[in-house]
Design a protein around this ligand. Structure first.
Ligand code: SF4
Ligand code: MG
Length: 337
């Protein structure tokens, strides 16, 4: 069957007082139906901007889509939808879960009202039917006494409970696509594990295809089937979870695997931060964007941006080390596998 989402050569920029920031620079990936795809990378790599662009939630201006295509469900070109079309798609076919539920929940509105609003507006449910659906969906996300909870306000709930409510709002309309941007980052460790369990359960029980944006490889290992690794506004590697964890070929992916604590790893095991900082996206480098931080950088890396090299049907990476004439480099042992 056709993928639920096909992103091709997406380019997104921001206008700032200092000039244009090229936040997303030619990103391509797809999401199959029922699949959980993780997009990983350091902050500022363009992963959140990509997600927000798919839902057309980036403020425009100052940002704008410079080019490329986002085909949703095989027929809707998101980049050319009108704002009102998008509003209706967001209320009925896409849902988004944000990092901090406190900033995305309306503090002046009851939980019940926030869940039912979209159902009444976009799905034409009656108030009673919408309330019944709210109770049902709160149960689904593991909230006890949902009949009582719908009359409460966000500040009356704990952080973990609020994130469950956010998930309930995103799921209420039965979306085909769910995007979760750092869904556990603002939560403490035990609650994080509970929310990941919940999202895993939901991905199995609902029809929704899920994109989870994260810097936490524990979340990736727990939830995702495939991974897209982004750096400086580009995809540097993508593959199945096993290909990324055990057969990765891009030095940036190796760095990520060494530097990021995982839920299944001792917090004080040997984490090695990637030295240096990502490049300035006002003036992206001519060659490989990772060259300034890459221990393997060659002359060609500074001059030319590497193309994606296919490594399997599901695996590809963009690195000059994959060129047949490049020196052979062993994947460092501490990246696992
Ligand atoms: Fe390093 Fe060169 Fe590969 Fe970039 S292309 S990651 S600089 S080896
Ligand atoms: Mg982010």
């Amino acid at each position: 069957s056709k993928p639920i989402l096909e992103v091709k050569d997406l380019r997104v920029s921001f206008r700032t007082y200092a000039g244009e920031v090229q936040a997303v620079r030619g990103v391509s990936f797809h999401l199959d139906k029922g699949e959980v795809l993780a997009i990983v990378g350091e902050s500022g790599c363009g992963k959140s901007v990509t997600a927000q662009t798919i839902m057309r939630l980036i403020p425009s201006p100052p940002s704008w889509i410079k080019g490329g295509s986002i085909l949703f469900d095989g027929k809707t070109e998101i980049t050319s939808c009108s704002n009102s079309q998008m509003e209706s798609i967001r209320g009925s076919e896409m849902g988004m879960i944000f990092q901090d539920p406190m900033t995305s929940l309306n503090p002046t509105m009851t939980i019940g009202k926030q869940i039912t609003e979209g159902l009444i507006k976009h799905q034409g449910l009656s108030r009673d039917a919408a309330n019944a659906r709210a109770v049902e969906i709160l149960k689904l996300v593991g909230i006890s006494n949902p009949e009582g909870r719908i009359h409460q306000y966000p500040h009356e709930l704990s952080g973990g409970m609020r994130q469950r409510v956010m998930i309930a709002i995103a799921l209420a309309c039965n979306p085909k696509l769910l995007i979760a941007d750092e869904p556990t980052t603002a939560l403490d460790v035990t609650i994080q594990a509970q929310i990941i369990d919940l999202m895993k359960k939901l991905s199995e029980q609902t029809e929704a295809s899920i994109i989870v944006i994260t810097h936490d490889l524990g979340v990736v290992a727990e939830m995702a089937q495939r991974v897209v690794v982004m750096y400086a506004g580009k995809v540097v590697e993508q593959g199945t979870v096993d290909e990324i964890f055990y057969q990765s070929r891009h030095p940036y992916t190796w760095g990520l695997l060494r530097s990021v604590p995982r839920l299944d790893q001792d917090k004080d095991s040997d984490l090695i931060p990637i030295p240096g900082t990502p490049p300035d996206l006002f003036a992206p480098p001519k060659g490989c964007a990772f060259a300034a931080r890459c221990p393997y950088a060659m002359k060609v890396c500074l001059e030319n941006d590497p193309e994606q090299t296919p490594l399997s049907e599901t695996h590809a990476a963009a690195c000059w080390l994959l060129h047949p004439d490049a020196p052979k480099v062993e994947r460092p042992l501490e990246t696992g596998g």
